[in-house]
Write a protein that binds this ligand. Structure first.
Ligand SMILES: C[S@@+](CC[C@H](N)C(=O)[O-])C[C@H]1O[C@@H](n2cnc3c(N)ncnc32)[C@H](O)[C@@H]1O
Length: 279
């Protein structure tokens, strides 16, 4: 932007001052700093979370993007370390085949040759592979962890879409009819991140599409993979998502499940299905 910068000042018709780039180069850091301080949310349209701007009231967009990018790097490290430390079957969140089958059953009618399904924070889950078996038209998996994505690449056909990104830093290039998230949204304890997530979901979902969100239930554990989580009852999640989407995502139904970890601990989950209304 600055390479073509040419400031022309007409304070006085007879006095035309041209400031060349070489003259102001030493002040670039100060100018950039001032721009980031005074920029309003939504001005930086290169920012991948600009779509979420209307949901945010406070921090300048540039700072928010930088914070998210740094956060995504440390998140990826956390999850890569978690996946390197244990076999898939020993991860506390891995579902049994039976539980996975039941979960697929709850969304079975949504998986058709016309559907485009995305699993957010797919991890080493076989849910997306289940969608492929059910004949989904398009299957995508997104995860911030390379280890998780490598696993998905090893079990899914190459025709699937593999997205290595934090859900908050990603720009969807197509729309999906089914958005699934088991145990990602509940890690977002900052209201700004919750707003940004819902904005991403709204942007990526087709009108009439369905989002299925599973989190720890209100009486579930306070931490997951050693990270703090926000717990929700189905009714609480319905309210939060409805509010953050300005009424565009409406809860259809919710249900509770008990997840049994490899060490036989019980974890209470809730799952809520949302419908994106066509406006
Ligand atoms: C608790 S695991 C759940 C994995 C899978 N959904 C399942 O049910 O087995 C959470 C997964 O979400 C991913 N994740 C966490 N935060 C994320 C974010 N902001 N964006 C994308 N992926 C994220 C992690 O890398 C991890 O694979």
């Amino acid at each position: 932007m600055f390479t073509c910068f040419r400031l022309t000042h007409y304070a006085n018709r007879n006095c035309r001052i041209k400031v060349k780039i070489a003259h102001i180069r030493p002040f670039f850091p100060i100018l950039v700093g001032l721009m980031s301080v005074f920029s309003k949310p939504g001005q930086n349209m290169n920012c991948p979370v600009a779509a979420a701007a209307k949901f945010r009231q406070s921090a300048p967009m540039t700072n928010t993007c930088e914070r998210r990018m740094m956060h995504a790097t440390s998140l990826a490290q956390h999850w890569n370390t978690a996946y390197d430390a244990r076999d898939r079957s020993d991860l506390t969140w891995t579902q049994t085949d039976q539980a996975l089958g039941e979960q697929l059953g709850h969304m079975g009618s949504l998986v058709t040759p016309d559907s485009a399904c995305i699993d957010i924070g797919a991890g080493k889950s076989q849910l997306a592979a289940g969608w492929v078996s059910l004949g989904a038209g398009h299957v995508a998996v997104l995860d911030v962890s390379d280890a998780a994505l490598d696993y998905q690449r090893s079990v899914l056909p190459q025709t699937c879409e593999f997205i290595g990104a934090s859900v908050l830093d990603w720009t969807a290039t197509r729309r999906y009819t089914l958005w699934h998230d088991r145990a990602v949204f509940h890690f977002l304890t900052d209201p700004q991140d919750q707003s940004a997530y819902v904005a991403q979901m709204l942007h990526a979902l087709e009108p009439g599409g369905v989002a299925v969100l599973s989190t720890f239930d209100a009486d579930g554990p306070a931490r997951c993979s050693n990270l703090p989580v926000q717990r929700y009852s189905s009714a609480q999640l319905a309210d939060v998502v409805h509010r953050l989407s300005n009424g565009a995502l409406v809860a259809q139904r919710g249900y509770q499940t008990q997840h049994i970890t490899p060490k036989s601990n019980r974890q209470a989950f809730q799952t809520t299905l949302f419908h994106k209304i066509a406006r």
